[in-house]
Design a binder for this molecule. Sequence first.
Ligand code: FAD
Length: 431
Amino acid sequence: MTKQEVSIFWFRRDLRLEDNVALYNALQSDQPVIPLFIFDTDILNSLPKNDARVGFIHESLSKINIKLNAIGSSILIKKGATTEVWGSLFQEFTISKVFFNKDYEPYAINRDLAISALAKANNTLCFSFKDQVIFEEKEITKSDGLPYTIYTPYKNKWLEKYKSIAPLVEYDTESYFSNFQKNNFDFPTLQQIGFEESNIKVQPHNLTQISNYHETRDFPAIDSTSYLSPHLRFGTVSIRKLVNWAVRKNDVFLSELIWREFFMQILFSFPKVVTHNFKSAYDGIQWRNNEEDFKRWCTGTTGYPMVDAGMRQLNATGYMHNRVRMVVASFLCKHLLINWQWGEAYFAEKLLDYDLSANVGNWQWAAGTGCDAAPYFRVFNPDIQLKKFDEKAIYIRKWIPEFDFGYGQPMIEHAFARDRAVATYKAGILK
Ligand code: FAD
């Protein structure tokens, strides 16, 4: 007997059933749709067993699976190297079409090219869609067709283009849920995938304070930002829904969502930024890269309360407020003269919202090596930042309980560090 032909919808960083472009298109296809997720061992093998992001993915998939169970369907979960998994899927099922949403990171682009080639070899059609961003790849370019490398003109073009298509279409997948295949795949526990629960958890997003975002966002003690970042990273929230909402709420908040897309298009157009300075003129900077200094930064024991509170928040929760991220990043690159790539790697290990484009983009911004970056001679004074943004030391006390009992000496004097940074950058920047 010939096997039933199916379509496969492959979940990746779009872990939701609603307003999901590739899923919507899959459900319009003629075959019953099997939803799939692959725990990719090429990524998992480099992570600790209690990585909180894997737990979050598992939890998000479990929520999706419960909804699917209610309509007689279920999600197919696989674990392995993606090409091997797909190789066996082509044996196991008669797959006529594969649907997925695009991912713009270099690893994902190569992976998807390999899977598309494999599909072709198996006479299967592959369809990919834009879902993660409003404007992708080269949709927003300068008049000469080149990518923007400065944020403000990019943002203006983005807004102009958005206005011409607003409000964005939201995809009504639910009307087509009956096209999911009726099935009953086993849903593995986190332990069966080889991971353990972490005591660090992704917080629910919170949009209740967004109307005052422009006034409160820089104050870590107020804690008024949206906590959307891990949700946008893993796609548990739809960017189209969010932008349609944000546009009516707060321009400054919308600008932050545009920064996200700005850095995504930078990564897409200049993938070298992952491992190289965007501005190659900065390649001559003689970083000190002192291991002991790095350890003090990682453990939040630099003696600068704003830096230490931020690093302790990161280590304890997988999150750090944006203002504090800017301060700790500047401190690492400029006060300690440690290559931004060390800080980027540490954040990548710890952040629940770790996203290659935003992390690299912001680290290079802080180091001064990026496009549209902070000027090299701008060296944040962590104590002035503290006075400006946490005057009553409320945030500091939360993360440094010993703060009031004679906090330690700064590991390096600010004026000395600032002068050394400026001199080192000046000497290193190629004319
Ligand atoms: P909100 O202030 O509520 O902002 C809403 C959304 O806008 C965020 O969720 C995010 O998607 C986007 N956004 C806000 N600021 C930025 C920004 N500067 N660049 C890009 N997108 C932005 N953000 C990440 O998502 N992943 C990272 O790996 C990451 N690494 C960073 C590293 C450094 C050194 C710095 C300075 C910033 C980094 N950011 C990163 C940006 C920013 O700090 C976080 O997006 C923000 O703090 C997340 O909290 P929120 O969702 O409450 O933000």
